[in-house]
Design a protein around this ligand. Sequence first.
Ligand SMILES: C[S@@+](CC[C@H](N)C(=O)[O-])C[C@H]1O[C@@H](n2cnc3c(N)ncnc32)[C@H](O)[C@@H]1O
Length: 281
Amino acid sequence: MTGAQADSTDSAIRANQELWDEWTRIHETSAFYDLEGFRRGGIRLRPHEIEEIGDVSGRELLHLQCHFGIDSLSWARLGARVTGADFSPAAIDLATRLAAELELDARFVHSDLYDLPEVLDGEFDIVYTSRGVLGWLPDVGRWARVVSHFVKPGGIFYINEIHPVAQVFENEGVAPGELRLQYPYWEHERPLAFEVTGSYADRSAAVRTPTEYGWDHGLGEIVTALIDAGLRIESLREFPWAEWQLDFLVRAEDGKLRLPPDVPGELPLSFSILAMKPTLG
Ligand SMILES: C[S@@+](CC[C@H](N)C(=O)[O-])C[C@H]1O[C@@H](n2cnc3c(N)ncnc32)[C@H](O)[C@@H]1O
């Protein structure tokens, strides 16, 4: 964490958007995203995401915070008619070019998450978001209202995300298994500021944006926000693995990032929620 402070929520979000533009250019050629493998026909979704969402063929799917679209385009490869949205112009530009190059049924919309209802019309069978999304958003209640706005009655919302419990521990400069309580669990008004070192996909990459800003949200706050926005929770699953490197984790034999085997006890490190918008009447 740094002592840097954003003048306002808006200036923190603007700094994050510049950072995501820079990161997109790094990610396009990174081994982490393996765009060449994706061009050859890869599906970058996790097996439990595909299993929990079910058959998407012919269904309208909105992907919120879609980055440069390779998860969105994976859903298109599985037959969904995809709309992706993100606040990074560089990400939306690359996603649009990839969809055209790969001739996949997908369009991409540039918008801040909170402004999307003013920019995009329509309701969707499936609203999907995943892996590193909520920490960029200051207000989980407002997020849930945007989500619900886009889910058709009878449609579903699905999120696969890092677990808020995994976020409370120091994740840099600690040893595997060293759990040092450091960060807030519940939502806070002022963003936390972190010095930027490359990107999570390439720590050695040169990045000009000096600081990234983030917010936390407890699991109860996330679930309650979705319920208050009119969605019915169908399932909440917690998993003992994370999607990206936290220094207190190790890569296990199955390739997943987990607590070292000699740590007694367990922690939830990611979660998924499947919710439904009840039909009217
Ligand atoms: C880690 S990515 C998630 C996508 C996917 N898991 C991936 O790895 O490609 C987070 C995305 O959130 C977007 N984002 C961050 N803050 C946002 C905001 N306020 N409005 C819309 N998109 C935002 C970023 O541009 C980025 O593409």
